[in-house]
Write a protein that binds this ligand. Structure first.
Ligand SMILES: NC(=O)c1ccc[n+]([C@@H]2O[C@H](COP(=O)([O-])OP(=O)(O)OC[C@H]3O[C@@H](n4cnc5c(N)ncnc54)[C@H](OP(=O)(O)O)[C@@H]3O)[C@@H](O)[C@H]2O)c1
Length: 458
């Protein structure tokens, strides 16, 4: 077993295995156990690598390629805007530094493989297209690019006889993508769910320990976990791009990320954690997709997670992905989902595969629509000005949509002028609940929009 990793035995009730921590660079077993010789010889000629983007991940990739390079990989060039600021003395003088990524596409530059670590759609997509069109493979960690343009770029790579690898695009250093593409290709995966955004997990797990949202967000920004504008993370857009990628690889369905409903974590407050604890649960941002005979469901949202669920174990910036296959049951991947070094390990592992002639397992995906809302139990937190008859009014609005109340929770000692209380309801469709809540919002005692969250089953 590689250092830093842990494989737990399965039991009848627990998932099949758990991969925890990041994996050694020199252990490609997760990607393809049978096709890598034990001695792992160096290829005849090293792959000359052109790195575009020398930021958090790019500089970590360069560090590995210079200080601990696996056989067959050679950093040849680095491109970044205003590159003079980025030059460091630990990069050998043989490496070309340039302001213009385009310089590296010239044949004379002798670049075999491009590593795109700038992020975003433009200009990254133009560079990736140019490289693939010229028949040169690309490794990227850019989830947005892969979520929005993955199928088209993969087909361009196939057409030009090269590869597009993106093992770092989901869950950073955790080998979820190679695990799904190689280790689970023999199963029919029908459900993927997980914690795909480390920033939201950091915020929600700190709130669970008593911190308030604004303080913990400022702390996350100070530590470099959250952007100055955290919208992509906290609104769920980052997680839904990653979910769209996992759905394509695991479930073979290609959905546009914007089809996936994304709900923000900003509406969750301290009182929700107090009520969640009463329900022996906690709250996490969950990305979840499921394929049933009735159709395809997908959502990213804060959800109530029972404490016994593996998803409740994940704290700080950790990520976790649970897949469920028809034949193999549940498999859980967990570990560091972000950060320069863990993510760089995934990028370099893709490069090792390329150096040894191992691309991705070709798999077709089919355009699909998110068509169903599974009936699930919900947690609804109201903030009201107390008066007699409130529960009866709420129960009436829910009953009008055929929604059954499961429990009502009210903590003692709250101010009657701003009284938070919780109603949990039996499995119902989100659209029916939305209609009921729209009716309740019009009632005179309601002080703010009620918060509703799915309750994930044990
Ligand atoms: N950080 C993580 O933990 C993590 C995890 C998984 C995946 N990823 C993905 O990895 C990629 C890189 O992320 P990162 O965290 O390393 O980002 P980063 O620290 O912001 O680095 C991006 C680098 O690209 C440069 N750059 C930006 N726009 C450019 C342009 N138009 N031309 C040339 N250079 C440009 C930036 O230069 P300046 O210094 O001038 O801005 C910076 O050096 C992204 O796709 C991200 O989603 C990151």
């Amino acid at each position: 077993m590689p250092p830093g990793s842990e494989v737990k035995a399965s039991s009848t009730r627990s998932p099949a295995f758990i991969m925890k921590g990041t994996f050694s660079l020199r252990n490609p077993r997760v990607s393809n156990p049978s096709s890598v010789p034990a001695s792992f010889p160096a290829p005849a000629h090293p792959l000359r690598i052109g790195l575009i983007g020398f930021g958090t991940v790019g500089s970590s990739v360069a560090r590995i390629l210079i200080e601990d390079a696996p056989a067959g990989l050679q950093l040849a060039a680095v491109a970044n805007r205003n590159v003079a600021r980025k030059r460091t003395d630990w990069v050998p003088s043989s490496v070309l530094w340039t302001d213009h990524a385009e310089d590296m596409f010239a044949r004379e530059a002798g670049i075999d493989v491009f590593v795109e670590l700038v992020g975003g759609l433009e200009p990254a997509s133009g560079w990736v297209r140019s490289a693939l069109t010229a028949g040169r493979s690309v490794v990227t960690a850019n989830k947005k690019l892969i979520a929005f343009h993955g199928p088209e770029l993969e087909s361009l790579a196939r057409h030009n006889g090269c590869h597009l690898l993106f093992g770092a695009a989901v869950a950073g250093g955790i080998p979820v993508i190679p695990g799904i593409e190689h280790g689970l290709s023999g199963d029919r995966i029908t459900r993927v769910e997980g914690i795909l955004n480390g920033t939201c997990n950091f915020i929600l797990s700190a709130m669970e320990s008593g911190a308030d949202y604004a303080t913990v967000l400022a702390d996350a920004q100070h530590r470099g976990y959250a952007e100055a504008d955290p919208t992509e993370d906290v609104a769920g857009y980052d997680a839904r791009a990653k979910l769209a990628i996992l759905m394509r690889l695991a479930m073979r369905v290609h959905v546009h990320p914007e089809q996936i409903e994304a709900r923000p974590i900003t509406t969750v407050s301290a009182v929700d954690f107090a009520y969640a604890a009463e329900l022996d649960s906690t709250i996490r941002q969950i990305a979840r997709a499921e394929q049933t005979s009735a159709g395809l469901a997908a959502v990213v949202s804060p959800m109530l997670i029972p404490r016994q669920s593996p998803l409740a174990w994940s704290t700080g910036t950790e990520n976790m992905v649970v897949t469920c296959g028809t034949h193999g049951g549940e498999v859980v991947f967990s570990g560091h989902g972000a950060g320069g070094h863990p993510t760089a390990v995934a990028v370099v592992s893709d490069l090792v595969n390329l150096a040894h002639g191992l691309g991705r397992i070709p798999g077709e995906s089919f355009p699909a629509q998110v068509t169903i809302e599974p009936a699930v139990p919900h947690y609804i937190r109201f903030l009201v000005r107390d008066r007699p008859g409130i529960v009866a009014s709420i129960a009436g609005a829910l009953a009008a949509e055929s929604i059954n109340i499961n429990a009502i929770l009210q903590k003692p000692g709250c101010c009657a002028d701003r009284l938070p209380f919780v109603v949990t309801v039996e499995p119902c469709r989100t659209s029916a609940l939305r209609r009921a809540l729209e009716a309740i919002e019009q009632m005179d005692f309601v002080l703010e929009k009620p918060l509703d969250m799915q309750i994930l089953k044990k």
